[in-house]
Ligand binder design. Structure first.
Ligand code: A2P
Ligand code: MG
Ligand code: MG
Ligand code: MG
Length: 307
């Protein structure tokens, strides 16, 4: 079965298992109590969990898919890793999915995988672990087509789920691992950055006249709030987010009927030579929202800074 499924399906199926293992590694680092924080730049941190989770994901995917391009947020080390970090399994339910025609004959050379081993590092270092996600985004050519968002600290309503949860989406196929919800009509809930606020972010959020604003960490976490219908739009007119922050969330959101672009409505390219920085900001809207309306409402003086 594993060898008969198309490349994209096999990649998603093994990325789901790999993201889960990365989540185990993140929880273990936190449980051991020494994050070994490195400051990469202003308000930009890396921990032992970011480094180890990335080793797990990249070494696992390289082993199974040696000819694809994989780009990770953190610097990659050539050191050996514990053998239990190398994932060789795939999620059987995904392997058996029907694949649409246009995704059936993708070649290894066309695929770029964007890896954010730990999204929401600032919040992680502050103990806000429910903001953390592991992001594996799969692009074909320019376009983000599939994504995995794993939440290592997700708890169900009863407060019990030590394995976290794994949301996935593939354009043209659909989503799994969660229950997609459309945000409520008659009010507007905006979600934005908690740790990278700027005057432009403030002005854009104000202009949208929200009933409520949620300030939370992580691009993955904010898109989950859209997927679950807890917010209508994610607004971030600022640089700082990179391709590995948005590739997976964009694909899962699109597969659920939402949309992620820059703040002027242009799609980012995810080809392997693209700049890493999402220099024109991020605007994401949930299913059923009028994406163009949000673009028009963000003041031109803000949008013009990000053309
Ligand atoms: N100024 C910045 N410097 C570094 N990373 C940023 C910056 N702004 C955003 N990010 C990345 O985008 C994610 C979403 O941003 P925010 O939480 O501020 O809305 C952050 O968790 C961080 O990813 P990461 O945690 O993987 O480094
Ligand atoms: Mg980072
Ligand atoms: Mg990130
Ligand atoms: Mg990260």
């Amino acid at each position: 079965m594993a060898h008969s499924a198309p490349l994209i399906i096999r990649l998603v199926a093994s990325s789901v298992r790999t993201a889960r293992r990365a989540g185990d590694i993140i929880r273990n680092v936190m449980a051991q109590g020494d994050l070994r924080i490195v400051e990469k730049g202003k308000n930009d941190y890396q921990t032992e969990a970011d480094r180890s989770a990335q080793q797990c994901i990249i070494k696992s995917l390289e082993r199974q898919f040696p000819s694809i391009t994989i780009i990770g947020e953190e610097e990659q080390s050539s050191c050996d890793v514990p053998h239990e970090w190398i994932v060789t399994e795939s999620e059987p339910d995904i392997l058996s999915l029907d694949c649409p025609e246009e995704l059936q004959n993708i070649r290894d050379e066309e695929v770029v995988v964007w890896v954010d081993p730990l999204d929401g590092t600032s919040e992680f270092t502050q103990g806000l672990v429910d903001h953390v996600t592991v992001l594996i985004g799969i692009a074909v050519g320019d376009r983000s087509v599939a994504g995995i968002i794993h939440q290592p600290y997700y708890k169900n309503e009863k407060g019990a789920n030590s394995q976290g949860r794994t949301l996935w989406g593939i354009r043209g196929i659909g989503v799994g691992g969660f229950e997609a919800q459309v945000p409520p009509s008659g009010q507007r809930i905006i979600v934005t950055t908690r740790s990278h606020r700027t005057p432009e972010v403030h002005d854009a959020v104000e202009a949208l006249q929200p009933a409520k604003v949620m300030y939370v960490g992580g691009a993955g976490h904010k898109v989950i709030l859209l997927l679950e219908g807890k917010a209508h739009a994610y607004v971030f007119p600022s640089t700082g987010c990179k391709r590995w922050d948005t590739c997976a969330p964009e694909a899962v959101l699109a597969a659920a009927g939402g949309k992620l672009t820059d703040v002027n409505g242009h799609e980012y390219s995810y080809c392997k030579d693209t700049p890493y920085m999402n220099s024109s900001g991020v605007l994401a809207t949930g299913a059923g929202q009028d994406h163009e309306w949000y673009i028009r409402k963000i003041p031109g003086a803000v949008r013009d800074k990000f053309v």
